[in-house]
Write a protein that binds this ligand. Structure first.
Ligand code: 5GP
Length: 120
């Protein structure tokens, strides 16, 4: 939609259940599902169900504070639900240099093994 400042993405079809996804958490405003191409034993995404202009993090404004906070709380709750008690990583790939491929804001949560730092 025009107000969204971007074309629909595959995530809209996951939200509307038009295409299947392994959904591990859902509420009124957020959805968490397993990444189709996992980079670690546990790798899931947390997305806002109403994109509301958030094609990427750098499009956010003050009106997005509540949903952005909620996504982090969901990320933490689901990470513990997934058994990531020894730690995990939260990543947002933003824009071209960030290697973003789907322009619907999403948090990657990866864990289940020792991760390395810094990233490539
Ligand atoms: P980005 O590079 O934009 O940060 O990450 C997009 C992520 O979405 C990638 O890790 C990719 O594997 C995942 N992805 C893309 N299409 C689908 C899909 O149809 N289903 C699921 N579950 N994950 C997807």
């Amino acid at each position: 939609a025009a107000a969204d400042q971007g074309a629909p993405t595959i995530f809209d079809k996951i939200i509307s259940k038009q295409i299947p996804a392994n959904i591990i958490y859902e509420d009124e405003s957020a959805l968490a599902f397993r990444d189709i191409n996992p980079q670690a034993p546990v790798h899931f995404l947390v997305i806002p169900k109403h994109r509301d202009g958030l094609t990427q993090l750098s499009k956010c404004n003050d009106s997005h504070e509540k949903v952005l906070g909620h996504l982090l709380v969901v990320a933490s709750k689901v990470a513990l639900q997934e058994g990531l008690n020894d730690g995990f990583r939260v990543v947002i790939n933003d824009g071209v240099n960030g290697c973003q491929s789907v322009y619907h804001l999403h948090l990657h949560i990866v864990g289940g093994r020792q991760l390395t730092w810094p990233p490539g």
